[in-house]
Design a protein around this ligand. Sequence first.
Ligand SMILES: [Zn+2]
Length: 296
Amino acid sequence: MAFEVVQLAEGCYHLQSGANVGVLVQGDQALVIDAGLDDDLGKRIKRTLESLGVRLGALILTHGHADHFGGAAYLRRVLPPFPVYAPHLEAAFISNPALEGIMLSAGAAPIDQLKGKFTLAQPCPVDHLLEVGRLGLLGIDVEIVPLAGHSPNQIGVRYGNILFSADAFLPIPTLQKYPVQFTVHMGQALETLERLNALEGVLFAPGHGTHLTDARETIAANGAALRRVIETTAAQLRAAPANDGTLTQQVCAALGDRLPNAVSYGLARAAVQAALVYLYEQGQAEITAGGAWRLK
Ligand SMILES: [Zn+2]
């Protein structure tokens, strides 16, 4: 997998790969933001820090998805001790990665296909829970920014005019390939996008794709993708009440998401469920005694 070290500012780097990593340098220490998918990414992070002549002083994990924290266990294993920071709820997934498969299995014990490396990372104990607001670490001043929606309590890290924005938005080609994107709360995800769109003069360093000096087109495309899932779910319910599994198939067929495997089905089902929750919270839909959803 391609791996590129992009310098965004003095002492500020964006390691661009399958899942990106941020590095903020102060003196001989680095504050690292996310850890990539696996040992391989962990090794690349370690080598990058060595080439910069710094040691890992602290690690911030933005959210509890395997592709963002899977490399942390390797770094814990091979490097001198360093503290790990993550927001609450996300920290539960990071220290108990089996929860991701359970979540994708609708609360049941997951089948083997839901226990691959993209859904079952090695656990990483979290030392400190992150709160939103200003934070000084290793002599580096950052701001922890709430980015809930893609996951329950995802955060971003703002450093000057640079925002490490995790998976608050995804690259447009990813949306085209997977039109029904994993989302846990549509309302919060849309609110997060609106807030990011209103920021002026910010350089975005997202969790996937390249850095962006102007993210408005990408943010708009992400908002449109979420609204399409909500509107398509409502349109299916207008035709007939249905349960979440049937709706997942209907919405994905309507939007061209092929659902090739159990992981993609589990991810899409969560997004459709999040659309149902959105409609419920808007007073537009309700769940019936038989388990089917219908419009009010
Ligand atoms: Zn994610």
